[in-house]
Design a binder for this molecule. Structure first.
Ligand code: ATP
Ligand code: SF4
Ligand code: MG
Length: 329
């Protein structure tokens, strides 16, 4: 497989496990993804498929009982998994920053908003405290908040939408090369969700940051992203430009997901695919989707489908498109 497919981030053959009392959870089973500078990648898939673990592994933030077993995460030209912790720390929150689903639990409850943003800025540059506060106020205005009022507020005083705006301000304050947003709007009600996404869209457009947007909602990623990675049970199932994925979905799992898209905004849309998410302590052999796939072949039970390129900007891991699968049809 080619080494460098994106000029910003190249994740290859990423394996992550969690050691639990139930056994070893094989959470990521060779994830492949890549991004170019300024690009927006959406990651979609059912609960437990490994979206959050993937994004945390990108920052080398897998904690006990989890472990990155193998693979590489090359950010520009540095393999994040091989750097020393203090080197990774310089990248985190500076070149790569993150915003999460639960903004309030990511904020420090005993510090006011102004201080928290100023603190982020303080890590990035060595300017005086006064100018950090000024920059923090500007960031708050940038995300549509009244800085005079919000600077001195504490997290518990913020509404969900305000808290997420504060998180976005903190995430964008260092002007990161990559912003990772893990379900940034799913805890908010629908009208606020739309406002926050529009805001994020607007700001990253202005600043030119690359964004990795994780979502359950195919409609959301389609609106926001130019590339989409569909994950299934710890694997990259399909990776394509948004246009190609919608025009010509290849993986049977993607086809199932897309059938559910007209119901944008419904949280249960992914249930349109029959069967249940596999137990990753004892994942299905071969293709992890074979027990639910409407097109399963003999080979699917035995061999893991390779992740192959089918055309420009379109990759899939399914035997229907690999040679062996073709022979079996
Ligand atoms: N701290 C942990 N301990 C044990 N298992 C974990 C832990 N974190 C993640 N996992 C396992 O790793 C797998 C992937 O989890 P992950 O959180 O990445 O899913 P996800 O796609 O983000 O799901 P969701 O859409 O619900 O957020 C799951 O099977 C989960 O059980
Ligand atoms: S490899 Fe086989 S089981 Fe897996 S998605 Fe393709 S056809 Fe279905
Ligand atoms: Mg998650």
């Amino acid at each position: 497989m080619m080494d460098k497919r994106g000029n910003l981030l190249n994740v290859s053959d990423l394996h992550v496990v969690f050691y639990t009392y139930r056994g070893v959870i094989k959470a990521l089973n060779g994830v492949e993804l890549w991004m170019n500078k300024g690009e927006r990648l959406g990651i979609v898939g059912e609960t437990g498929c490994g979206k959050s673990v993937t994004s945390r592994a990108v920052m080398n933030l897998i904690e006990e009982p989890g472990k990155i077993i193998s693979g590489s995460v090359v950010f520009e030209d540095r393999d994040i998994l091989k750097l020393k912790e203090d080197e990774v720390r310089k990248i985190r929150g500076n070149e790569i920053s993150m915003i999460f689903q639960e903004p309030k639990s990511s904020l420090n409850p005993v510090m006011n908003v102004g201080f928290q943003i100023a603190e982020v800025l303080g890590k990035v540059n060595n300017k005086s405290i006064k100018s950090q506060y000024k920059a923090a106020a500007e960031m708050l205005e940038f995300v549509g908040l009244d800085s005079e009022r919000v600077m001195s507020m504490y997290p518990h005083e913020l509404s969900g939408g305000m808290a997420q705006r504060v998180m976005i301000a903190m995430g964008l304050a260092p002007n990161p090369k990559l912003l990772i947003a893990d379900e940034p709007t799913s805890a908010l009600d629908v009208t606020i969700q739309a406002q926050i996404l529009e805001l994020l869209d607007d700001l990253v457009e202005k600043m030119g940051n690359a964004v990795m947007l994780i979502s359950h909602d195919m409609g959301v990623v389609a609106e926001f992203c130019n590339k989409i990675l569909v994950m299934y049970a710890g694997n990259s199932a399909e990776y394509a430009s948004t246009e190609k994925l919608f025009k010509k979905p290849m993986h049977p799992y993607t086809t199932g997901l897309l059938k559910a898209v007209p119901q944008i905004g419904r949280t249960d849309e992914l249930k349109a695919i029959t069967g249940t998410v596999p137990d990753l302590v004892d994942p299905p052999s071969g293709c992890r989707f074979h027990k639910r796939c409407p097109q399963t072949m003999e080979i699917c039970k035995k061999e893991r489908p390779p992740f192959i390129q089918v055309e420009e900007d379109h990759y899939v891991a399914c035997h229907l498109y690999s040679q062996k699968g073709g022979e079996n049809k």
